[in-house]
Design a protein around this ligand. Structure first.
Ligand code: MN
Length: 442
């Protein structure tokens, strides 16, 4: 492991060692919005380093968002990362030994405010966990949970970019047309009574493609800049009534939270995993038949061998009563991104397969990250559903999620804070952390 002069970053178990160096956009009380990287408990101001001629790409690093850096070629991105790493390594004195520059360019994490990492032109949300899709499908169609397209293409919908907010932003409970009761009747208009989170991984597009020119599957990784945690807040009662036939709309577009750090594709290099084995999905219904062959444009040797990502993803909740009594957040679920059915490369390639142009800073959401185990269900809609893969039951069969302090929930209540945490970890316990994605329902 590389050693840095930012000493706390060398400690075992840190989420932000020099091997991570996630990008973010931050400001301080006396400095406006700028690009930084996190290392240990510090944020390093890359605009300042570029203006001091310690880093290349001055124009890109001077922007108040990461879109310019995201638009660089893969080799330029690697070069920039290597130079940042060089300045933070022990052997380099250029930054470490320049007291004035160091005081200006290195801030303590407690002194900064975070902003959205990119100007997000477009946001698309997928549905890439077959466990999530099967559970949700089974609530409505117990005998036939997966629609015929699911194993052929990564299903997605166009999300709303304007309401993507940075972690920590309050989440205002949306009003909307709420579905009539199951027995029939008319919808009502009012605050959602079934507000939910969805645990997802976000991916930021790096360099784009020209309109009309698809992105081949074996080039897709070069078009992926990095990853963050993403909460696709969902109003289930609005969604249930509006989603047919054109998909999610106002039940989703009121807010989507993202974590401040963008963990680069380069930092994730040693945490690549094989894509899921499609013939070994442990869902009884699926094991009755062999999965359909992928169409060639979605399949490649490299994607099968390393298209997956080994990232632990956890959900915690802290109610306002827990906060008042200083009780710690309570863990609701624990999953891993390597259980996803579709890889991020397949999502990007499919998205551009009709010639749709992707642009630097575009955001892809993976869809709810749920695994085979019940403890890894990534939203309350699924978490509190009584059915499972052996015994799918219709959606009205629900249990309550019990908190250690005696409170219980079906869906989220006023003051509940949802906290996502994510990290990759190797056999030696060294981590590449994603930090947190937080939001309080108000
Ligand atoms: Mn979603």
């Amino acid at each position: 492991m590389t050693v840095t002069w930012i000493e706390e970053a060398n400690e075992k178990g840190t989420e932000f060692p020099i091997d991570n160096l996630p990008y973010c956009v931050f400001s301080t009380n006396d400095q406006s919005q700028r690009i930084g990287v996190r290392i240990g408990d510090s944020l390093v101001d890359l605009k300042r380093l570029a203006s001091g001629k310690l880093l290349p790409f001055h124009a890109e690093l001077s922007q108040p968002v990461l879109n310019g850096v995201m638009s660089l070629s893969k080799s330029d991105r690697v070069q920039l990362r290597n130079q940042i790493e060089g300045l933070l390594e022990d052997k380099s004195g250029k930054l470490r030994d320049n007291n004035e520059l160091r005081a200006e360019a290195v801030s303590c994490i407690s002194e900064v405010y975070f902003h959205l990492p990119a100007m997000i032109g477009d946001y698309t949300d997928f549905y890439a966990s077959i466990y999530h899709a099967t559970n949700v499908g089974a609530m409505f169609r117990p005998e036939n949970p997966l629609l015929p397209n699911y194993q052929h293409l990564p299903v997605g919908y166009h999300g709303r970019a304007s309401s993507v907010v940075i972690s920590g932003s309050r989440i205002i409970r949306p009003n909307g047309q709420l579905s009539p009761p199951d027995g029939g009747g008319n919808p009502t208009f009012g605050p959602s009574q079934r507000l939910d989170y969805e645990l997802e991984l976000g991916a930021f597009v790096a360099m784009g493609n020209h309109l009309g020119e698809p992105i081949p599957i074996d080039e897709a990784e070069d078009h992926l800049f990095g990853f963050c945690l993403l909460n696709d807040w969902s109003a289930r009662d609005i969604q249930k009534w509006e989603y047919q036939p054109l998909g999610p709309f106002l039940g989703k577009s009121f807010a989507t939270s993202v974590s401040p750090y963008v963990v680069t594709a380069e930092a994730m290099e040693s945490f690549r995993a094989a894509a899921i084995d499609r013939s070994e999905i442990p869902i009884p219904l699926l094991q009755q038949s062999t999965p359909p062959d992928l169409l060639p444009y979605l399949d490649s040797e490299a994607n099968r061998a390393g298209g997956g990502l080994d990232i632990r993803m956890e959900v915690f909740v802290q109610s306002s009563r827990m906060r008042e009594k200083d009780l710690p957040p309570f863990k609701i679920s624990d999953g891993n991104f390597k259980e996803m059915y579709w890889t991020v490369a397949q999502m990007l390639t499919h998205h551009a397969s009709n010639g749709c142009n992707m642009r630097p800073g575009d955001l892809l959401g993976s869809g709810t990250v749920s695994g085979f185990e019940k403890t890894s269900r990534g939203c309350l809609l699924e978490r509190n559903w009584q059915g499972d893969f052996e015994q799918p039951v219709s959606g009205s069969n629900r249990i309550l999620l019990e908190f250690p302090n005696g409170e219980s929930r079906d869906f989220l209540e006023h003051g509940d804070e949802i906290i996502f945490r994510g990290f990759a970890e190797n056999d030696d316990g060294q981590q590449i952390g994603f930090g947190e994605c937080r939001g309080v329902v108000s």
